[in-house]
Design a protein around this ligand. Structure first.
Ligand SMILES: [Zn+2]
Length: 155
């Protein structure tokens, strides 16, 4: 009878060790699972962030028009006016929302002059930046069909 408590204690110890081992194994599995989920979630969060940025700052469409601008300009659209095959001006609604039409000269013998760059991926860029000296004083770059505010570049 004297050995009963010790054998009981031993079996309890064995049980505890097994439980501890299982617990450790489980906690390792749980930790790995959490790491995996976080890694996947991290990637998803990254994609979500990009989507939100794209949604908040959608790329512009570039439309080439012959001769003259339409009477109503659409938002998020860069118009390139060409006549006889020569690009004369680019135009867009001011991206600040002030509803002013920005006319950007593309004729090289007049100043100021902008260059339209058509990128391989179908996007458009303008050079140099657009800086309104009057009105809303917007200052932005138009790169890869997106408006990049100059203030944002310095943040
Ligand atoms: Zn403006």
């Amino acid at each position: 009878m004297a050995s009963a408590p010790s054998s009981c204690a031993k079996s309890v110890e064995v049980m505890l060790n097994r439980s501890w081992a299982k617990l450790n194994l489980r906690s390792e599995k749980v930790t790995n699972w959490i790491r995996l989920v976080c890694a996947r979630l991290g990637v998803r969060l990254h994609l979500l962030k990009r989507r939100v940025i794209t949604w908040l700052n959608p790329p512009y469409r570039t439309i080439e028009v012959d001769g003259s601008l339409p009477s109503q300009l659409k938002k998020n659209t860069l118009y390139i006016v060409a006549e006889d095959g020569f690009q004369e001006q680019a135009a867009m609604l001011c991206p600040c929302g002030c509803a002013q039409i920005l006319h950007l000269n593309l004729l090289p013998d007049e100043r100021p002059v902008w260059r339209v760059l058509r990128n391989r991926d179908g996007t458009t860029s303008l050079r140099p930046s657009v800086w309104r000296k009057r009105g809303c004083h917007s200052h932005f770059w138009f790169r890869d069909s997106r408006v990049i505010w100059v203030n944002d570049l310095h943040k």
